[in-house]
Write a protein that binds this ligand. Structure first.
Ligand code: NAG
Ligand code: NAG
Ligand code: NAG
Ligand code: NAG
Ligand code: NAG
Ligand code: NAG
Ligand code: NAG
Ligand code: NAG
Ligand code: NAG
Length: 294
């Protein structure tokens, strides 16, 4: 018997009944890549096998194949630290059957807490949304993973099979580049704020689009670096990750520059002072970004 299958047998034997995590995983041939990837991390597999009250988002073999065909996926295959972080991001702390996921969205905490990959206290979040009975999870870069088989029970909780591997949320720099927020990124660089904003734990950024910056181009040109820094700091909340589901109508929120912004909720949309949130809840390594039009 190979060491790996011996380990699996020992883990299976140590759990009561036929519903251990390992027996459920091994009983589903669509999850063999997940199983073999987990086997690379015996202590993670062991802690999941003995955990109670968790929800595992289990990508199919096809989902892993699609990931491993991309440059980022190929890199992850050779980076055990990253691979383990990816797996930890697929485990939700708490039991969330499909019926518990609301249509308004829920940001649930995962076991990804390693500060090399996240600075969100309590574990990086993933957003679950229920749409007409189908559950979708949104991860970094607003990537979608759709549940193809919900509520597979095992003795430590629930497994939802998903059709795409979750994306671990990237830092502000990478996210700004990927999301067409290049003016914001260059303004943060110019004012030496980029490194601060990248690693400050638990932040919310209201990120103006390039068009929003262009509209006040002549005003920005007149600002000193210090003034521009203060304007940018007015777009950052320090110490609170404010997902759209937690923002409240009429609340005022202190920003990094000391002044407050006012949140208004209307017709399902969010306004920050006069600006409208055009893309809400872009998950980043250290919090959340809401793209705004002003
Ligand atoms: C966190 O990630 C780093 C980088 O991949 C890795 O070296 C380290 O072992 C991880 N820490 C834990 C506690 O898993
Ligand atoms: C899970 O969440 C609970 C609080 O609900 C917390 O006490 C516990 O430490 C968390 N477990 C992990 C593994 O993050
Ligand atoms: C399961 O986890 C959730 C979220 O951390 C917590 O609210 C709940 O009390 C836990 N339930 C049990 C039975 O431990
Ligand atoms: C988290 O913050 C630490 C500094 O406290 C930093 O070294 C690390 O790079 C940050 N992690 C990420 C993913 O940005
Ligand atoms: C639910 O998902 C199934 C398969 O993934 C799809 O065929 C169906 O159209 C979806 N239903 C809705 C309402 O989106
Ligand atoms: C998930 O479902 C949504 C809505 O049907 C669709 O737009 C999206 O492309 C799907 N994602 C994947 C990875 O299949
Ligand atoms: C942001 O992430 C990119 C891609 O992982 C990395 O190259 C860069 O060093 C990170 N920046 C900071 C300040 O952590
Ligand atoms: C502002 O406009 C000037 C002249 O049209 C242009 O050179 C500059 O790149 C613009 N700056 C921004 C931030 O859009
Ligand atoms: C952010 O908040 C933390 C905790 O309140 C504080 O220690 C830190 O100095 C603040 N950072 C900045 C840049 O204001």
């Amino acid at each position: 018997m190979q060491p790996k299958s011996l380990l699996i047998s020992l883990l299976s034997a140590s759990c009561v009944g036929a519903q251990s995590l390992t027996s459920v995983l091994q009983g589903n041939s669509d999850l063999s890549t997940l199983t073999s990837t987990l086997q690379k991390f015996p202590s993670l597999l062991q802690s999941l096998g003995s955990a109670s009250n968790i929800t595992i988002l289990a990508p199919t073999n096809e989902a892993f194949n699609a990931l491993f065909a991309t440059p980022a996926g190929m890199a992850a295959q050779n980076d055990d630290g990253l691979l383990q972080a990816v797996l930890q991001y697929h485990v939700i702390n708490g039991t969330y059957p499909a019926s518990s996921i609301p249509s308004s969205g829920a940001f649930v905490p995962t076991l990804l807490t390693n500060s090399s990959y996240t600075n969100v206290t309590g574990g990086q979040r993933v957003e679950g949304i229920s749409q007409n009975g189908n559950v979708t999870f949104f991860s970094g870069g607003k990537a979608t993973s759709n549940v193809t088989q919900a509520d597979v029970k095992f003795d430590g909780g629930i497994i939802h099979v998903i059709n795409a591997v979750l994306t671990v949320p990237a830092n502000i720099t990478s996210t700004a580049q990927a999301s067409g927020l290049s003016t914001l990124a260059s303004a943060l660089t110019q004012t030496n704020l980029l490194n601060t904003v990248n690693v400050l734990p638990d932040i919310t950024v209201f990120a103006p689009t390039n068009q929003a910056f262009a509209a006040i181009n002549s005003t920005i040109a007149m600002l000193s670096t210090q003034q521009l820094a203060s304007v940018l700091e007015y777009h950052v909340i320090n110490g609170t990750v404010a997902y759209s589901t937690t923002l409240m109508d009429g609340e005022t929120v202190p920003t990094l520059n000391g002044a407050t912004v006012k949140i208004t909720l209307a017709n399902g949309g969010v306004k920050v002072n006069q600006a409208t949130v055009t893309i809400a809840d872009v998950l980043v390594a250290n919090g959340v970004v809401h793209v705004i039009d002003g």
